[in-house]
Design a binder for this molecule. Structure first.
Ligand code: BGC
Ligand code: IFM
Length: 816
C-alpha cells in the first residue's frame, strides 16, 4: 500500500493523506538555520545546534504523534468552524489534502468548506529565517469572512534545559511586541545577542504570546480558546510558556486568493557593547528590521524560493543517471543525494528518532557521511575534514564525538572506539579522489584543537594508521577498545570482583578483545593511505603502508577466517565471536563486507565463499540482517548487542548501513545481479508499495529494518540520519554503475545486472562534464576493458585528463 507518489519531474514526494503510519518528515535549511517539518506541519527549528539554539518546542514520544509545529488555523467567522489546513493539530476532516516534500521545502495544501489553502515552508539561502507563505482561496460563491491564526511555541533555547528545568524556566520567558513583530528575548538580559522573531506581512487583528492564554486552561493545540472564539487575547508572556501567534482577518470575495507571509527567524547581534549597551532591556532591532521587511514581500519570497530550487538543480546536476530502473534513477538523481546532504548538515542530531539534544557529530559517522556528498559540495567537505581532524588526539585516537557549535571533542563520551581514526583516512581519500586537491594534506591541523600541537593533515593520517598498529591483540588483530563500527559490540566487559566473571556490564577499554572488522578496515585504510602517499610522491611511505595492509590481510586469513566466512572478533577472554563454534551470532555481516572491500580474499576465493554464506544465512527479502542466529538472551560478555530483542538494531536487524558493503563486495567479485538484488531490497522507492509495513518515509533510507527474528519483519525505524545514505550512494553510483573517482581520474567500471542493456549518465568531475553511455547485450556479465573518449580508444577503464570546462563524451561497452 502507498500513501502517496513520487513526482520525479518536480523532485517531490507527494503525500495524499495526512495520517501516514508515522510522521513523514522533511528538512528545511541548507546552511545554518534548520528545521524539521512533517507532512502535517509538525517539527521544530534551530540555529546550528539542535540542542543549544532551539527556536521552537517539540515533544517526542507524545500522543497524539508529532506534537509541536508550524501551525496555522483557519476560522470561518460566519459559522465559527475552524480547522488546521495541515490537518494537525485540530485533525478536522478535510475535503482535500496534499503534502509535497521537495528539496529543502514543503508545501501543504488542503481544502475545507470551499476554502482552499496552500502553505509553502522554506529557508532562503544565506538567511537565518524560515518563510511560511500561506495562500488562501475562497472557492465559494459567496464572500468569506475568515480569521487566520499562526502559532508556534518558543523553546527557551537549550532544549535539554527547556524540557527539564521548570523551576527556573517558568519564570524566565520574555517577549516584546513591536510593529506587529513578536520578539522572543529570553536570555537576552544576560547575553544581549541572540533572539528569535516571528513576523507577519499583514496588519494584525490581534496577537498572543502567552501559551496558557492562547490555548485556555486545560486545552491543547487542537482547540485553542483564541481560535475558537475568533479573537486573540493580545497576551504578553512573562514567564511560563512564551509563544507566538498572529491573528489576521481576511475578507475574500468569491474566487479571490490572498497571500500572507509569516517569518520565523533567528538573529544574533554583534557582540559590541556600544551597539547594544549593558543594561539594555529591549532587543536591538536596528539590524534585523530591514531583513524582516525584505522577506515579508511576495517578490523576495518568490525570488528566494526560485534561488533555492536553482541551487538544488545545480547541486544534483553533478551526477545524473538514466538507467532501466526507475527506483535507481530517482534515488540516485534526487533522494539519495538529498539525504546525503541532510546527513552532512544534521549529522545524527535532529530527526523523528534523534531528539536533537543527545548526540554531537560522530567522528566515524561524519567521515562516512562525506562519501555521499563530497562530489556535491567539495569545499564544504574540505572544511568538514579539517574540523574533524582538529579533534583527533595526539595518539592518533579520536574523540568519538564532537560538538557542532564549538567543534571540540566531547569529553563525556571520550575516545577508545578503535575504528574511529581509520575512517579519517577513508574520508580524506574520498576527498582527494574526487577533487585531486593535494593541498589539503599540507594544511596544518591541531590535535585536540590545540593549535600549538599542529601538524600537516598527512601526519594525522599516518597517526591514524599507527594507532591501530600500536594496539594489536593476542592474535595480531586490532584491539577493539570500547567498540568498533558496531557500537553495541562491547567485548571488554569483565567483573569488578576477581573470580566472578561477567557480573558487571561496565566496559573497560583496556581489554584485549580484538576485531576482525577493524582488521578489514585497516586493510582498506592502509591501501588508501598508500594511494595518497603515491599521489603526493612519497613512495617509501606507500610501500610501508601497502605491506602493513598485506600483513593484516595475512593475519585475517590466519585468525579471522572461519572456513566459509570471516569471523567477527575475539572477546576479552579470547573466545571467538562470529564463528560456527558459537551457538548464536555465528556469522556477522560487517567483516564479510569490510574484509572484502579491504581486498582480503578477493583473489583466492575466500570472498566468493563469504558472499555465498551471507546469501545463504543472512539475506532476507527485506535486506541482509546483521548476524545470525540472533542472540536470544542477554550476554554480559558481548554487551549492548544482546540487549536488543532478536531482530532489532544490532541484534540481527537489517542494519541498512552495512548492506551496501555487501553490494560493493558483490560488485568487486563481478556479481552484478547479486549486487543489484541487494540494492533493490532496501531501496526505499522500491519498497514504496509496502509502505504499510515499512512505515517510514519511502523517499529516504532508514537505519534499520526489522530482521526476520522480529515479529515486525520489514518495518523500518530511524529514518534519515544514517550512514546508510552515503554508503548506498557509493554502492550504486561507484560500484554498480561503476562511475568511480580514483587517484588519477574517474573510472568507468560498471558491474551491472545481466538483464540490463546499459545506461547513460552525466557526471561533473574536476571541472569536466562527462556524458557517459554504457552499453552491453542483455544476458552478458562482464566488465569494461576499454573506453571510447570523444571517439578515441583508451585502454582500461580510467579516463585520461581533459581540459577544465570541457564536455567529454565517453562510450563504454561491457564485454563477457
Ligand atoms: C544504538 C546504536 C548506536 C549507539 C550510539 C546504541 O544505543 O543501538 O545503534 O550506534 O547507541 O552510540
Ligand atoms: O556505527 C554506528 C554509528 O556510528 C552510529 N549508529 C549505529 C552504528 C552501528 O552501531
Amino acid at each position: 500500500m502507498r500513501y502517496g507518489h513520487f513526482d520525479d519531474e518536480r523532485r517531490e514526494y507527494v503525500i495524499g493523506q495526512p495520517d501516514t503510519p508515522l510522521p513523514w518528515i522533511n528538512y528545511l535549511g541548507t546552511e545554518e538555520y534548520f528545521g524539521i517539518v512533517s507532512n502535517t506541519a509538525g517539527g521544530y527549528s534551530f540555529y546550528r545546534d539542535a540542542r543549544l539554539r532551539r527556536l521552537t518546542r517539540y515533544r517526542y514520544n507524545n500522543v497524539p504523534l508529532d506534537s509541536g509545529g508550524r501551525y496555522v488555523y483557519l476560522r470561518d467567522n460566519g459559522s465559527g468552524d475552524f480547522w488546521s489546513p495541515s490537518w494537525q493539530p485540530t485533525r478536522s476532516e478535510l475535503d482535500a489534502y496534499e503534502c509535497r516534500h521537495g528539496l529543502s521545502y514543503t508545501t501543504i495544501a488542503s481544502a475545507r468548506g470551499g476554502i482552499r489553502s496552500e502553505t509553502l515552508y522554506f529557508v532562503p539561502l544565506r538567511e537565518n529565517l524560515e518563510v511560511w507563505r500561506v495562500r488562501v482561496t475562497n472557492e465559494r460563491d459567496a464572500a468569506a469572512d475568515l480569521s487566520l491564526f499562526s502559532a508556534i511555541e518558543f523553546c527557551l533555547w537549550d532544549a535539554q534545559d527547556d524540557a527539564t528545568n521548570y523551576q527556573r524556566n517558568y519564570s524566565t520567558g520574555q517577549v516584546e511586541l513591536v510593529d506587529g513583530v513578536i520578539y522572543h528575548k529570553t536570555e537576552y538580559r544576560e547575553r544581549r545577542d541572540h533572539f528569535a522573531y516571528f513576523a507577519c506581512s499583514e496588519p494584525l487583528a490581534g496577537y498572543d504570546t502567552q501559551r496558557g492564554t492562547f490555548l485556555g486552561p486545560y486545552r491543547g493545540w487542537d482547540r485553542p480558546a483564541a481560535v475558537e472564539r475568533g479573537q486573540s487575547f493580545d497576551s504578553v508572556a512573562h514567564g511560563w510558556a512564551p509563544m507566538g501567534s498572529h491573528h489576521v482577518r481576511l475578507s475574500l470575495a468569491p474566487g479571490e486568493t490572498r497571500e500572507v507571509i509569516f517569518l520565523l527567524g533567528y538573529w544574533e547581534n554583534p557582540r559590541d557593547a556600544k551597539f547594544d549597551p549593558p543594561g539594555s532591556q529591549t532587543v536591538n532591532k536596528t539590524l534585523v528590521r530591514p531583513v524582516i521587511e525584505r522577506w515579508l514581500t511576495p517578490e523576495a519570497v518568490a525570488g528566494g524560493f526560485a534561488e533555492l530550487r536553482a541551487s538544488w538543480d545545480s547541486m544534483l546536476a553533478v551526477m545524473q543517471v538514466n538507467s532501466p530502473d526507475t527506483d535507481t534513477d530517482r534515488m540516485v538523481n534526487i533522494w539519495n543525494a538529498y539525504q546525503s546532504m541532510v546527513t552532512f548538515n544534521m549529522s545524527r542530531s535532529a530527526s523523528s528518532f534523534e531528539s536533537g539534544i543527545g548526540r554531537g557529530m560522530g567522528f566515524r559517522d561524519s567521515n562516512q557521511d562525506l562519501l555521499g556528498f563530497v562530489h556535491i559540495v567539495p569545499e564544504r567537505a574540505r572544511q568538514r575534514i579539517l574540523d574533524i581532524a582538529a579533534t583527533q588526539l595526539p595518539t592518533g585516537g579520536a574523540y568519538h564525538q564532537y560538538q557542532p557549535l564549538t567543534k571540540r571533542g566531547n569529553n563525556d563520551i571520550g575516545s577508545g572506539f578503535n575504528d574511529d581514526p581509520l575512517w579519517l583516512i577513508t574520508g580524506v581519500a574520498a576527498y582527494l579522489k574526487e577533487t585531486g586537491d593535494l593541498s589539503i594534506l599540507d594544511e596544518q591541523v591541531p590535535y585536540d584543537n590545540d593549535e600549538s600541537a599542529a601538524t600537516p593533515l598527512y601526519e594525522h593520517l599516518q597517526r591514524s594508521l599507527r594507532y591501530t598498529l600500536d594496539r594489536l591483540g593476542p592474535h595480531g588483530l586490532p584491539l577493539i577498545g570500547r567498540a568498533d563500527w558496531n557500537d553495541c559490540l562491547n567485548l571488554n566487559c569483565f567483573s569488578e570482583t576477581p573470580g566472578e566473571p561477567f557480573q558487571t556490564t561496565e566496559n573497560k577499554d583496556g581489554g584485549v578483545a580484538e576485531s576482525v572488522f577493524i582488521a578489514g578496515l585497516f586493510a582498506l585504510a592502509a591501501r588508501e593511505l598508500a594511494g595518497i602517499a603515491e599521489a603526493c610522491d612519497r613512495p617509501a611511505d606507500a610501500a610501508e603502508y601497502r605491506s602493513a595492509g598485506e600483513k593484516m590481510a595475512g593475519t585475517i586469513a590466519e585468525h579471522g577466517w572461519d572456513g566459509a566466512w570471516f569471523r567477527r572478533a575475539f572477546d576479552y577472554h579470547g573466545n571467538v565471536i562470529g564463528s560456527g563454534e558459537n551457538d548464536e551470532g555465528q556469522i556477522f555481516i560487517e567483516p564479510q563486507g569490510m574484509c572484502i572491500i579491504g581486498g582480503v580474499g578477493v583473489e583466492n576465493g575466500m570472498a566468493v565463499q563469504a558472499l555465498a554464506s551471507v546469501r545463504e544465512r543472512l539475506a532476507t527479502e527485506h535486506g541482509i540482517v546483521l548476524q545470525q542466529p540472533a542472540y536470544s538472551r542477554y550476554r554480559v560478555e558481548l554487551g549492548e548487542i544482546s540487549s536488543y530483542p532478536p531482530g532489532y538494531k544490532e541484534n540481527a536487524g537489517v542494519f541498512c548501513h552495512t548492506n551496501p558493503w555487501l553490494m560493493i563486495a558483490e560488485a568487486m567479485v563481478g556479481n552484478g545481479d547479486g549486487a543489484f538484488d541487494y540494492y533493490r531490497r532496501i531501496n526505499p522507492s522500491a519498497r514504496e508499495n509496502i509502505s504499510e509495513l515499512h512505515r517510514c518515509e519511502p523517499y529516504v533510507y532508514a537505519q534499520m529494518i526489522a530482521g526476520k527474528d522480529a515479529p515486525t519483519h520489514g518495518e523500518a525505524k530511524n529514518s534519515w540520519l544514517t550512514g546508510t545514505a552515503a554508503w548506498n550512494y557509493v554502492a550504486i553510483t561507484q560500484w554498480i554503475l561503476g562511475i568511480r573517482p580514483d587517484f588519477g581520474g574517474l573510472r568507468i567500471d560498471p558491474v551491472l545486472p545481466a538483464a540490463w542493456e546499459g545506461f547513460s549518465a552525466s557526471r561533473k568531475f574536476q571541472g569536466i562534464t562527462y556524458d557517459i553511455t554504457v552499453r552491453k547485450a542483455a544476458g552478458v556479465r562482464g566488465r569494461v576493458r576499454h573506453l571510447m573518449v570523444d571517439g578515441r580508444r583508451v585502454e582500461g577503464n580510467q579516463l585520461p585528463p581533459a581540459p577544465a570546462g570541457s564536455v567529454v563524451r565517453v562510450e563504454a561497452v561491457i564485454e563477457e
